[in-house]
Design a protein around this ligand. Sequence first.
Ligand code: COA
Length: 186
Amino acid sequence: MEISFEKVTPKYQQVIFNWLAKPHMQEFWDNSQEHKDDIINFINGRKEPSNYFNGLISYWVGISDEQPFCFILTSEIKTEQQDITDLHRANLSKTGHTITLDFGIGNTHFLGKGFAAPTLKAFTEFFSTEIDSQADTFFIDPNEDNPRAQHVYEKAGFKRVGEFNADKGTFKGHISYLMVKKINRV
Ligand SMILES: CC(C)(COP(=O)(O)OP(=O)(O)OC[C@H]1O[C@@H](n2cnc3c(N)ncnc32)[C@H](O)[C@@H]1OP(=O)(O)O)[C@@H](O)C(=O)NCCC(=O)NCCS
């Protein structure tokens, strides 16, 4: 399976909004207007300030066979950030950058086919070779009620290091697991 990744541009806006409206996404994904506004802000080159996770998220789509099928969010977590848990801080990269990810397969034709693990492997590879050569640590934080996501993240090379209570966003108050993937930079 050939997979490529692109930053979200205007041509993907409606595709993504359609994905966000689907029940299988809504179960584990933020469907708030603030999230959608932040996606539009990103598409427009972040000319406006955004309060949505401090306006620091980058949005990506994964494409296979010319079909966009998954949605990926990235954001760098910096050592000097005050708003992270001790668990996150203890797992930050000591040698490079730490990137936190969110992942969802929006396109239902691509669901349930074992695509998540290879796609995430390809994305961490793509990100650390083509976007940020300092990126050597990736975080992902599935909800405790999402064993399917936990399983595929493990297959993609993420290891569970602990759990935390989300203190912001749609899943505020829910337990999430922090999973970490380290990669060797060349
Ligand atoms: C979670 C998600 C990424 C999984 O991707 P997928 O490629 O469709 O996963 P599949 O259904 O093909 O299942 C892959 C594996 O999970 C296993 N699995 C399925 N349901 C499971 C469950 N309830 N508990 C444990 N493992 C489960 C399958 O048996 C399969 O295992 P195998 O590859 O070892 O045989 C995808 O369903 C998705 O994007 N969902 C919507 C949004 C979402 O939940 N995002 C994650 C937010 S943290």
